[in-house]
Design a protein around this ligand. Structure first.
Ligand code: GAR
Length: 207
C-alpha cells in the first residue's frame, strides 16, 4: 500500500514509519505545509519524494486542500497518514479520504483533543496518558480508533518528560496501525474499528 505522510514539523513519526518498513506498505510521498519542516529532510534522506504545499500560498482552505489532494492522487497514494500535520482538514478532503486517512494524536482520545495535550494532562492530574491512532473525520481529533498506547504519569513529570514518554509510544503504534490497515486486518463498522478476523490476537489482544 502506498502511504502518503502529511506533516508540519520535526517528523519523528515519519521517521518511525521510514524505519519500520514493511512488505505490505511503504512511504511513497511526504508533504509538508511548512517549507522548512525538518521532516522533509528526513524523507529526502530516505529517498522518499517530497512536496511542499504551503497553506499560506492559497487563498482559502479548499484551494489548499485541493492542491494536497492533487499531489496525493498524482503519487497514487492509497493511505494518508497525518503525522504532526498541524492544519485542520475540511469536510471535502476528509470525505474524499474517508477510511483511507489516519491521524496520530498525543493523548488517549477522546480526552484532550486539540493542542497542549501533555500540559493539560498534567493539569488534570490524570494517572495515565498516551496516544491514539484514529481514522480521520471532519470533527477535530475524532474518528474510529485503530490503536492506543497508554503511559503512566509520574509525580515528577514535566511537560517535556511526559511528551517524550508518549512520543516513544507514538513511534511504536503508528507503524503498527498502518500495517494493520495495509494488511486488511481491520475495517470500520458502525464507526468502530473491528478486526476483520475476530480471532486475530494482536488486533483483539483480550482474546
Ligand atoms: C506528535 O506528538 C503528534 O502526535 C502531534 O504532533 C507531534 C509531531 O511530532 N500531533 C498533533 O498534535 C496533531 N493534533 P513529529 O513531527 O516528531 O512526528
Amino acid at each position: 500500500m502506498r502511504v502518503g505522510v502529511l506533516l508540519s514539523g520535526r517528523g519523528s513519526n515519519l521517521q518511525a514509519l521510514l524505519d519500520a518498513g514493511a512488505a505490505s506498505w511503504n512511504v511513497a510521498l511526504a508533504i509538508s505545509n511548512e517549507p522548512d519542516a525538518p521532516g522533509l529532510a528526513r524523507a529526502g534522506t530516505a529517498g522518499v519524494p517530497t512536496r511542499t504545499v504551503p497553506h499560506r500560498d492559497f487563498p482559502d482552505r479548499p484551494a489548499f486542500e485541493e492542491a494536497l489532494d492533487a499531489a496525493l492522487r498524482a503519487a497514487e497514494i492509497e493511505l494518508v497518514v497525518l503525522a504532526g500535520f498541524m492544519r485542520v482538514l475540511g469536510p471535502d478532503f476528509v470525505a474524499r479520504w474517508r477510511d483511507r486517512s489516519v491521524n496520530i494524536h498525543p493523548s488517549l482520545l477522546p480526552a484532550f483533543r486539540g493542542l497542549d495535550t501533555h500540559r493539560r494532562a498534567l493539569e488534570a492530574g490524570v494517572r495515565w496518558h498516551g496516544c491514539t491512532v484514529h481514522f480521520v473525520r471532519a470533527e477535530l481529533d475524532a474518528g474510529p480508533i485503530v490503536l492506543q498506547a497508554a503511559v503512566p504519569v509520574r509525580p515528577d513529570d514535566t511537560e517535556e518528560s511526559l511528551a517524550a514518554r508518549v512520543l516513544a509510544r507514538e513511534h511504536h503504534v503508528l507503524p503498527m496501525a498502518v500495517g494493520w490497515i495495509a494488511e486488511g486486518r481491520v475495517r470500520v463498522e458502525d464507526e468502530r474499528v473491528v478486526a476483520v478476523d475476530p480471532g486475530d490476537s494482536s488486533v483483539n489482544p483480550s482474546q
